[in-house]
Design a binder for this molecule. Structure first.
Ligand SMILES: *Cc1c(COP(=O)(O)O)cnc(C)c1O
Length: 455
């Protein structure tokens, strides 16, 4: 048998030319976004006020399986893709496992994560529509960084609302965004009505992702020539991220490798949705079977302890309602939570698949996540993002099970990014200052009880 190389690359001409729209093969389609004012599905015209037209079409398209990647986006992808599929020989050796472990590494670009795959697509369609710019929110800053890179490349204005605490505590990402020409505003701000309202009600608040989303949306809808863009959760984002899974599958097919278990960390679900898409498509069509595992933080457990219901995507309650696994838009993870993946909800596509039992989910504790991160860094060399390390931990746990049973399973996981900007979190871990906060049932119930009433 051919020896599998450490890194499997595709040639440029083997890169995907279309994104794959998993919804086309889903029997139960994800539920539509609802207008919070009327309770009716959002129409293309209503969505068009917030998102640019081509992205609205992609958001609503549940039937077209393959959507061509425009030539300009493919050229941009070629600057940092294909991303390597790596055989984790060193990790296998260290674990003494018969399992074969592969990871698809998305950290090889300046933004440091997979988010650039959708940022360039969203910026491209905005530019094509003749818009002046886009607005968005960012938490720790990965999405804002990716978007600012894409906008700089295309000559679009980029306005980022950054959660205030991150703006103050994470100056490095903020400055990367400004290097790429984005304007970065700490949220909540006095730029928007919703920001002013939140500041009046909670003076001194350090902000939240949900609040920054409300501000970015308001900024877009009140300025001519601007639209809002979002880095995760939405159907269109999963569509763009399918490039991860398509490349991974093409690389594995080259060597006749078939994964048994596919693992990804889950915040809003975009990297996981992208990684699993072509494999899940085969499962849905009855052509192959795989186990899929979503890994989430125990401090923000949407899949494992949430409910499948319509909820707001933002705290300001101005965005459409999405039917998803959620622990409630008023839930705010504990301040000591350092591992990212802090969104209260989950992609409607993945939520439906999980609900229909095509996928499993596990919640993990953050000290275990950082332990796995360090273990991985010391053998595979890459310093992983805390988010990605959720997937590393689950992959290690599956490989350990193989050691017990002697099964030679093939495991594929998504290594979504690097952790150079997360060294404060690593520092806490090294100093023994990191704790695990797991919400009580009462806390989750309190926020779930505040879900909007939809019949
Ligand atoms: C944003 C981010 C995630 C989580 O987002 P998803 O939409 O769930 O993929 C995971 N890893 C990294 C490195 C990220 O930047």
């Amino acid at each position: 048998m051919t020896e599998i190389p450490y890194k499997i690359y595709l040639e440029e001409n083997e890169m995907p030319t279309s994104w794959y729209n998993l919804r086309a093969d889903m029997i139960n389609k994800p539920a539509p976004l609802l207008n919070p004012a009327t309770g009716k599905p959002m129409t293309a015209a209503e969505l068009g006020g917030v998102f640019c037209d081509e992205l609205v079409a992609q958001e609503l398209d549940d039937t077209t399986a393959y959507i061509a990647i425009p030539e300009e986006i493919r050229s941009f992808y070629k600057m940092y893709r294909p991303s390597p599929l790596v055989r984790a020989y060193c990790l296998e050796e260290k674990l003494q496992t018969p399992a074969k472990i592969y990871y698809k590494f998305e950290g090889n670009n300046t933004s440091g994560s997979h988010k650039l795959n959708s940022a360039i697509a969203q910026a491209y369609y905005a530019k094509k529509q003749g818009l002046k710019g886009v607005t968005t929110e960012t938490g720790a800053g990965q999405w804002g960084t990716a978007l600012s890179m894409a906008c700089a490349y295309l000559g679009l204005d980029c306005r980022v609302y950054m959660v205030k605490i991150s703006y103050e505590q994470k100056p490095f990402r903020r400055e990367v965004m400004r290097t790429y020409g984005a304007s970065v505003t700490p949220s909540p701000s006095m730029n928007t009505e919703v920001g002013k309202k939140i500041l009046a009600e909670h003076p001194g608040t350090t902000g939240s992702l949900g609040c920054a989303i409300s501000e970015a949306v308001e900024d877009a809808v009140t300025h001519e020539g601007y639209r809002y863009v979002l880095g995760s959760v939405l159907n269109q984002v999963l569509l763009h991220q399918s490039v991860i899974g398509l490349e991974a599958k093409a690389a594995m097919d080259k060597y006749g490798i078939k994964p048994d278990i596919i693992i990804g960390c889950a915040g809003g679900g975009s990297n996981l949705g992208g990684l699993i898409s072509p494999f899940m498509g085969e499962k849905l069509r009855g052509e192959a079977d795989y186990r899929f595992i979503a890994v989430e933080p125990a401090s923000c457990p949407s899949f494992t302890r949430g409910v499948f219901a319509y909820d707001f995507c933002d705290t300001g309650m101005i965005c459409p309602l999405a039917k998803m696994y959620t622990i409630g838009s008023s839930y705010i993870p504990a301040p000591n939570h350092a591992g990212g993946l802090r969104f209260h909800g989950m992609s409607p596509v993945l939520s439906q698949l999980y609900h229909d039992k095509y996928m499993e989910a596990v919640a993990v504790k953050q000290t275990d996540v950082f332990e796995a991160a360090e273990y991985f860094a010391r053998c595979e060399g890459i310093l992983p993002a805390p988010e990605s390390s959720h997937a590393i931990l689950a992959a290690i746990n599956e490989a350990k099970k193989c050691k017990e049973t002697g099964e030679e399973k093939t495991i594929l996981f998504g290594l979504t990014g690097t952790g150079y900007f997360d060294m404060v979190a690593y520092e806490k871990f090294h100093d023994g200052d990191m704790t695990n906060y797991i919400p009580t049932d009462e806390e989750l119930q309190a926020s779930i009880a505040r879900l909007p009433k939809v019949d």
